[in-house]
Design a protein around this ligand. Structure first.
Ligand SMILES: Cc1cc2nc3c(=O)[nH]c(=O)nc-3n(C[C@H](O)[C@H](O)[C@H](O)COP(=O)(O)OP(=O)(O)OC[C@H]3O[C@@H](n4cnc5c(N)ncnc54)[C@H](O)[C@@H]3O)c2cc1C
Length: 311
């Protein structure tokens, strides 16, 4: 059991957490960053749209980030944070522990939650074989590569309509698959899709087929034996927070999107607790997460400046 006081403990070492840690280390703050090696985009074949790093493997981006943080004096440690609590006006306690690590406690004056989200993925055989190469969830990230291709869209309800229409930016060869659950999709929604010649298939998916070596999907096979040929599949089935640490601290949730509410300084409703990246509202992109991490670090640093140094 060890007790140490840090200026800030960052929980999460994806683009948001590492970017914050880098800035905090450059402000010469004592910063400790935890991660348990589970970034959201672990299945991606390359990070798209990150200026100057377009196409970089996610593992490479994070390895470089960890090295840059360490180079500036920050500490990045693999370990799962299991508990967080406020123990004083300016002090939080963080508990870690997993098979690799003996249970330890750490203390910090500020906390940054950058624990990200998990995607709800289609539960069908073949999905993992193609995920990240020809099966995607994020049109902003991978829509461009599907330009002009035949896209199968797996989604349900009202949100399926906007999601599918959004893909018209890249192709008009679209088919919506509800996988047997149309949800709250109305006749008007269906009419909207047919205006753009987008058929809807209500069959239940049996499996995805294609070339396992190149990870190229070719066919969506349905339980009734039907098949849909496609070059790419996009799904939109929702997300959930990767951890419940924000709940433990009592952070307010943004009612509209269900994510952790933050103010313009990336501070949550709990004083001294900041959040950045996918866990907070706004676009779920690596470059946005990194920018939010940097913003959080700037404001965390400012909040730690002693009164005597302020004018
Ligand atoms: C398949 C796929 C492809 C994508 N492609 C792109 C793309 O091309 N371009 C793009 O801009 N974006 C892309 N994204 C989105 C991008 O990956 C995310 O926006 C980005 O990773 C968010 O960064 P983050 O730091 O908020 O969270 P994450 O990257 O998810 O990192 C979360 C961190 O929190 C840690 N963590 C969670 N809980 C705990 C805990 N209890 N204790 C310790 N550590 C914890 C994890 O280990 C991890 O280090 C893609 C996403 C997916 C799923």
């Amino acid at each position: 059991m060890t007790e140490q006081l840090y200026d800030c403990i960052v929980i999460g070492a994806g683009p948001a957490g590492l970017s914050a840690s880098l800035f905090l280390a450059r402000y010469r703050r004592r910063v400790l960053t935890f991660h348990h090696n589970s970034p959201r985009n672990i299945y991606s074949h390359g990070v798209h749209g990150f200026l100057g790093h377009h196409g970089i493997m996610p593992t490479e981006l994070l390895a470089r980030g960890r090295e840059e943080v360490t180079m500036h004096g920050g500490l990045v440690v693999e370990g799962c944070v299991t508990k967080v609590e406020r123990i004083g006006e300016e002090c939080f306690r963080v508990l870690t522990g997993d098979e690799k690590m003996v249970e330890q406690t750490f203390e910090a004056r500020r906390l940054l939650l950058a624990t990200g989200l998990r995607d709800l993925t289609p539960d069908c055989p073949g999905f993992r074989e193609f995920y990240g190469v020809s099966v995607h969830h994020c049109p902003d990230c991978d829509g461009f590569e599907a330009t002009g291709k035949r896209i199968a869209v797996v989604s349900r309800g009202k949100s399926a309509v906007g999601f599918t229409l959004g893909l018209l930016a890249w192709t008009d060869k679209l088919t919506l698959i509800t996988n047997g659950d149309a949800g709250d999709m109305t006749d008007e929604h269906q009419a909207k899709l047919s205006e753009f010649n987008i058929p809807i298939t209500n069959g239940r998916i049996a499996k995805l087929e294609g070339d396992a070596e190149t990870k190229q999907i070719e066919i969506v096979r349905f339980e009734d034996g039907d098949a849909l040929e496609c070059d790419s599949l996009f799904f939109n089935l929702g997300t959930q927070p990767a951890s419940d640490l924000h709940d433990m601290l009592g952070c307010r949730i943004d009612e509209e999107c269900g994510l952790v509410w933050v103010d313009e300084e990336q501070q949550t409703s709990i004083a001294g607790v900041y959040a950045a990246g996918d866990l907070t509202p706004k676009s779920q992109l690596a470059v946005v997460a990194a920018a939010e991490g940097a913003m959080a670090a700037i404001h965390i640093h400012k909040s730690l400046i002693p009164e005597s140094q302020r004018v």
